[in-house]
Design a protein around this ligand. Structure first.
Ligand code: C2O
Ligand code: CU
Length: 440
């Protein structure tokens, strides 16, 4: 295929310098789509065709995964499972239909623990057919960068054993759309749709609203049946998204915030400076977003499976299988693995965790028998989280499971192909916390 023959817009993965740190610091060398971080926002209408030509100008192979999209398997972008990584200097055309409205994102999926940390991600927004009753929307990509403050450069030990065996690679510079303390304008009683995306490698963002009041309307792109009033902390694990509809309740001259509740002091993740010209009255409760057409799971007939996550620091795992043989933990660690799923540390190279027939109903109890939280992501299909009451809860593509907890998920295996199931703490995914399911 020649570039000229393609209807696709180019998405050139390249090395570039951007000003990430404040004035006074030097620029940071990143890897970004079109040389920016985040990469260009891709915005389509539900049912549209996405056509992008990945041009790989990086010094190593790459590929693009369209996170959360119920996609044709051949377009899923997983190097080593659904396609060959695209070598440096070569191209690959992504061409598929986007079936669901919502907030999604795209990111590199070869050596993700390095390539995403270097900046290879962007927002993918699929608009509902009907206009949503808000004054405007903001796409807010939350990320953290591990930077050397002396040189302003990204710290290069991406495969650091400490990050792999503990909580993952945690940055020291927290940004929204690559800006620290992002500040935006707003008006009193303005109604905003906030599309929050956690693009970090491993950071869990605990957020509170101050001077903003509203509802959660979608999780991981999928609308809630009913808008849920925000009364508490919003917790966003790696790769998760949340859509909020909020009203600016701070007055003119004040500043509203999305507050980041870190381990240390809370700080302003995003500030909204309230300008003159607001409305006198708030609007009423918003309507739910129109639902996407997903198959409903029948828990009664669902095949039950279980997946136990083990290993890591303070995990007490003594041995695991690798390549079919039982190995001591020392041997596993020598092979660059720290974690195991059901006793196997093979990651993506091992056999499928499940062979499912197309249309089969499945429930998987995922037990976190480690000392760290994990954000488990299934490619190709959304799943329902099963609530403590045993009923189907929210639809998600990534579920955050605290240490010691078990989360049961359920879905209809209606999308044929090989689908990755992995922790989205990307250092974990690279060191044993990956497997896949085969739907045929
Ligand atoms: Cu967000 Cu395997 O991906
Ligand atoms: Cu993990």
């Amino acid at each position: 295929m020649s570039l000229a023959a393609s209807a696709s817009v180019e998405l050139n993965a390249q090395v570039a310098d951007i000003q990430l740190l404040p004035e006074g610091y030097g620029p940071t060398s990143i890897w970004g789509f079109e040389g920016t971080a985040p990469g260009p926002e891709i915005r389509l209408a539900q049912g549209d065709r996405l056509q992008r030509l990945l041009v790989n100008s990086l010094p190593e192979p790459t590929s693009i995964h369209w996170h959360g999209v119920r996609i044709d398997n051949a377009m899923d972008g997983v190097s080593g499972l659904t396609q060959k990584a695209v070598p440096s200097g070569e191209i690959f055309e992504y061409d598929f239909v986007v079936p669901d409205a919502g907030t999604y994102w795209y990111h590199a999926h070869n050596k993700s623990f390095e390539q995403v940390a270097r900046g290879l991600s962007g927002a993918l927004i699929i608009e509902e057919p009907d206009e949503i009753d808000v004054d405007r929307e903001e796409v807010l990509i939350l990320d953290d960068w591990l930077l050397d403050p002396d040189t302003a450069q990204i710290v290069g030990d991406f495969a650091a054993p400490h990050a792999m065996s503990h909580g993952g690679r945690i940055g020291n510079y927290i940004t929204t759309n690559s800006v620290y303390n992002l500040a935006l304008d707003a008006r009193q009683n303005e109604r905003l749709r906030l599309r929050l995306i956690n693009a970090s490698n491993a950071r869990i963002f605990p957020l509170r609203l101050d001077g903003l009041d509203g509802w959660t309307v979608a999780l991981d792109g999928m609308p809630l049946v009913k808008p849920l009033p925000i009364t508490d902390t919003i917790v966003l694990g790696p790769a998760q998204r949340v859509d909020l509809i909020v009203d600016v309740v701070a007055s003119e001259g004040e500043t509203a915030h999305v507050v980041h509740l870190g381990q240390g002091d809370a700080f302003s993740q995003v500030a909204f400076e309230v300008r003159a010209g607001g409305a006198v009255k708030r609007r009423g409760v918003p309507s739910p977003l129109p639902p996407n057409a997903l198959s409903m799971v029948d828990l009664g007939k669902a095949r039950a499976m279980s997946l136990t996550m083990e290993g890591g620091a303070m995990g007490g795992l003594r041995s695991a299988t690798l390549g079919g043989d039982s190995k001591s933990m020392g041997e596993i660690v020598d092979a660059g693995r720290f974690w195991a799923f059901n006793g196997a540390a093979d990651g993506m190279d091992g056999p499928a965790f499940a062979e499912l027939s197309q249309g089969e109903h499945v429930r998987i109890a995922i037990a976190n028998d480690t000392a760290f939280p994990h954000a488990m992501h299934l490619h190709g299909m959304h799943f329902y989280e099963i609530g403590n009451d045993g009923n189907l809860g929210a639809l998600r593509d990534t579920t955050l499971i605290e240490r010691g907890d078990t989360r049961e998920i359920a879905f209809v295996a209606d999308n044929p192909g090989k689908w990755l199931l992995h922790c989205h703490m990307l250092s974990h995914a690279a060191s044993g916390m990956s497997t896949w399911i085969d739907v045929a």
